[in-house]
Design a protein around this ligand. Structure first.
Ligand SMILES: [Zn+2]
Ligand SMILES: [Zn+2]
Length: 239
């Protein structure tokens, strides 16, 4: 059976995302678009994942807690987890390796931490759109140690991608899937590369605005309605 997903959605915690990207707005938009699975992936933080999971609890939508981590080489990597406590522990680890630069909301935008009623709990002080001290080579095994899976983000983008910043995808055993941005058809893009390994692809919205959340267009196949763990295993290449 096909299950339609969008694994790359920012909330109002990402300074570059719209302040309308609240837990209830995101969940309701994903339901309106008849998606089955989404992931919450703010820049370098998991502080809004719990509110989003709580909001979706009584609905048919499966929400994966995640993060879009920026490595020390300024490469974006989607990190997805099976439960919010693992994601929050990973988030705390990443927080310790962030450059402590104060956010300037007037320049970069607000970084709102919200609750499941969409109320602002607080505003995160340090700028989240910056690199961490975690290297691309290390991130995959670190995420695995928290029970999650890491996927190189928008590999076809001219900045903040593994191909733009390293020139190639290092041979790392834990990489099964790569994300291709909406600018390219994944099969066409892969056909033009000289990868020695065969990668599978995901394609998501990278939504910073509600209207950009994916339509029912990208799917993965499962025998029955998957749990978060099933999605993580599939993205790890374990079937
Ligand atoms: Zn990105
Ligand atoms: Zn993103």
């Amino acid at each position: 059976m096909r299950f339609y997903y969008d694994f790359h959605i920012h909330t109002a915690l990402s300074p570059c995302a719209d302040s309308d990207m609240t837990p209830n707005n995101i969940i309701n938009m994903a339901l309106l678009k008849e998606l089955d699975i989404i992931a919450i992936t703010d820049h370098n933080s998991c502080k809004n994942v719990k509110a989003c999971l709580d909001t979706a609890e009584e609905t048919s939508l499966l929400v994966l807690p995640g993060m879009e981590l920026e490595t020390s080489e300024e490469i974006h990597v989607l990190c997805l987890f099976a439960d919010s406590s693992s994601a929050l522990k990973f988030g705390a680890f990443v927080e310790g390796s962030l450059n402590k630069v104060k956010n300037r909301p007037d320049i970069f935008g607000h970084q709102y931490i919200l609750d499941s009623d969409d109320e602002i709990v607080s505003e995160y002080e340090n700028l989240l759109i910056t690199s961490t001290a975690i290297s691309f080579d290390d991130v995959f095994s670190i995420v695995l140690s928290y029970g999650g899976v890491a996927v190189p983000a928008h590999i076809d983008r001219p900045s903040n991608s593994v191909l733009s910043n390293l020139g190639a995808i290092p041979d790392i055993a834990q990489i099964s899937y790569v994300e291709v941005s909406k600018r390219n058809k994944p099969a066409d893009f892969l056909a033009k590369q000289n990868f020695t390994k065969k990668y599978l692809t995901v394609q998501s919205s990278d939504a910073h605005y509600l209207q950009d959340i994916s339509e029912r267009e990208n799917f993965l196949e499962f025998e029955k309605k998957p749990q978060a763990r099933d999605v993580i295993n599939l993205l790890r290449g374990i079937l």
